[in-house]
Design a protein. Sequence first.
Length: 263
Amino acid sequence: MRVIIADSAAEVAEIAANTVAAVIRAKRSVGQNAVFGLATGSSPMGTYRALAALVNADELDVDGLTCFALDEYVGLEYSHPESYHAVIAQAVTTPLRLDPSRVHVPDGLASDPLAACDAYEAAIAAAGGIDVQLVGIGTNGHIGFNEPTSSLMSRTRFKTLSPQTRADNARFFDSIDAVPKHCLTQGIGTVLDARKVILVAQGAGKADAIAAMIEGPLTSMCPASALQLHRDATVIIDREAASKLQLTEYYDYITQNQPPHVP
Ligand code: GLP
């Protein structure tokens, strides 16, 4: 796992956006369109704003870009502002001027959720797999909505949200009772299939989860620790989120001595 500790949340967003942009440009240079995996939550919002700035400055061409979101609540109307359909439309599709038909979010209103999950996996495969997957991390170490004890080989499926996740996400709703209890989420195995994974986190509230993910054991108790198995996972965090890591100086040393040809 590569660990980049930035001096501010704005710098986290800038590094992450430039990394995603490099993947999109590299695919474009060989005549292909990239597939971008999207996360929700507050953590990646700065990255989306930085990507939109690149698009608006004509420094990034996202024509033909296909996107797949990680997860969605079950039972929330897409018009609800906290449905991930609505969040992705507002934070990604509109500002990046993407073709909405190329932006996919799991169908939390499907009458047959299990079939919808299988169809989602099939759609990712049909698109050629995900080139670059952006993820955040929950305070309990979840990625997507893969709660502690999730199978590290799981695929897109129906899950029950943990009480901690519902409490964490209650800030987006009128009350905790309004937070859905279920979701559809890409599995950890699905995330591990992405060719490149970028995890972003900011703030001291994420420090324990970040330390467990990077320096703790590989364990389903911290689902994000599965990224230790990925061949191209980059963690981009601010100093506060890095504050419980033991090897901070080592990560800074590697960042400062990164050869220019290494992306
Ligand atoms: C939600 C999302 C996750 C996200 C997490 C953290 O539970 N399903 O994908 O990583 O929240 O959210 P935040 O970035 O707001 O802390």
